[in-house]
Design a protein around this ligand. Sequence first.
Ligand code: DGJ
Length: 732
Amino acid sequence: MPILFDPASRVFRLDTDVSTYAMMIYEENYLVHLYYGAKVPDAAPLAKLMTRGWFDSFSPRNPKMDDPDHVQFSLDFTPQEFPGFGAGDSRASAVEVCGPAGDFVTDFRYQSHRVFPGKPALEGLPATFAQEGEAETLEIEMADPATGVKAFLLYTVFAHNGAMARSVRFENAGSNAVDLERALSLCLDLPAMDYDLIHLYGRWNKENTKVRQPLRHGSQSISSRRGMTGHNHNPFAALLRHGAGEEQGEALGVSLVYSGNFLIEAEVDTWGCPRLLAGINPDGFRWRLMPGESFQTPEAVTVFSANGLGGMSRAFHRLYSSHLIHGEWAHKKRPLLINSWEAAFFDFDGQKLVEFAKEAKELGIEMLVMDDGWFGQRSDDHRALGDWWVNEEKLGCSLKELVAQVNQQGLSFGIWYEPEMISPDSDLYRAHPDWAVCAQGRQGSVSRHQYVLDMSRKEVRDNIFEQMRAVIEGANIAYIKWDCNRNISEAASAALSPERQGEFFHRYVLGVYDLMDRVTKAFPHILLENCSGGGGRFDPGMLYYSPQIWTSDNTDPVERLSIQFGASLCYPIASMGAHVSANPRTGFETKGAVAMMGTFGYELDPRKLTPEERETIKAQVADYHKYYGLIRQGDLYRLTDPTENAHFCDWELVSQDKTQVLYTRVMMRRPECFFQHKRLVGLDPEKLYTNEETGETYSGAFLMNAGLDLSLRPWPAPKDGDCLVLHFTAQA
Ligand code: DGJ
């Protein structure tokens, strides 16, 4: 049983195969945190970890302080599971409720708990899922009588994945309206600050770049206030124990299954104890809860690994591949596609697309995606978002005819949408100006010449859904690219009352989830790929609906390395949209090798390829099929991180049975020293691995200890951007 409660010590113990999480119902029914780390023996005296039962004169004490038999302690020092604001703990809180009296004091205490198999769905929210036998869930009921609010803390243990999922459901069990001012999903108090904080920062064209910085006193946080997750920070962070690295030492990852304003904060208190918090960003958030109403927070997923960042990433990859991505396409083989965007931008018609399809078919490509520009008066990015009718004049035929012609060439057909947006120059805007997000009395800002549609409104979602349905049902559509090219400003909804405007951002996200849910349920055969000006919304919430997400508009293969390496900290590589484009930075081999560490596809004009390029592409297509299983189910090992090494980026995929190894090296810049050895990781030391190209055989132990001799030859001179791909096989 992964979840145990000892009534004598009042300790909860949540075990995965590799970790233990422990908490205790302490004095006055406070729920205190005891431990999160490597698995400890069954008989471990976990209650003894509660060492902070004391106080100082500036830290408010527990009310029973004058009772000589009572343990005197201050919440200010106590590691807690669900700390409230203003009741003695001055650190950043997980929850803040404005109660009927108008103050913000919040103080939740343990009431009861229950344990059940499997995992409940979270209403209106994407979340990890599990059947009975795959996970177990602990629900702890907490109450704050002064506000009348109950909180149900959910902890699901994925024992074989080394992962836990946490969220909170609030219920207003009182008889007055209250406001949730802060409703985070996770609080994790740790006993020491000897960690580095790893996170992913970025911007458009440079998403998911890894940053590593030591924890220090005070607060460090990553967040979004953009309405969407944004390019700037991914809702993921890891704490890496000092001395730990890519494949060794303790790593603790936190990933938020959410696509809106978020906060992940690490606050180190005056005693050097870090508190990690994750959830909806409290900035601009306030949720009115009427008596009887409830509120569900998004879930935060944690992974503990004793095998460094690599071990942590592989646990996330396995969890998200099997317990988050869902629907028909979770396990079905995905088509190798070519996308029209970088090939034609807005300059296409039906005939050009059919020509693309014809050329692509000869190369072995399986799907053509018609990107932006097919609808309304969309001749450029200044207009027509919201007018989702097919511009037959531009295409020169109906969509049905176009798709039929592409199908005749042997390719399936995909289409681009940006459902959450509205151009000021659109029929939709002229008919419904109040459907654009804008605060009362303000001028809405445009960005890429567009406003954001108010997705919190059902009638807006209904309208867009019906428009999409008419197009999708009218032709043989097999794929949708769902784009989102700006963030929210002047955030407010014309449909919300003033006291509920603080709900707008979250209601927007719930609205987007609702629309995605409707589209994917109405058309389950359609493969959905998310995108937000590249990787501006690359998060687990989106991954729930779409098994792949466009990673970046940057298709420069060298710059892509750090973007894809960063994203791989949390996300399976099979979810990372990656295409070979006409970008001239390297040859086709390297572009293919880098895109192969992703979904793989093309984004170029296939009519303009040289005969040599065509042959290279045919070989890449063959490799795509050959390595498909390895890329989707293999374990990823990041061997040389391009953000830490100026010359090389190396990675390796190893099949679960360790009989297949795909090793790739890209030389970003030629090194001074031509003598190079590279040790592989994650092999079976006993197995004999054969280099498929040369026939040379090495033991796994040799490859992992001595390594491969990859010394460069002075002639022909190696070039920046060259790559090396090696495939090894071993007997099962
Ligand atoms: C941004 C996306 O990232 C691109 O791939 C492309 O779809 C454009 N939008 C179209 O406007």
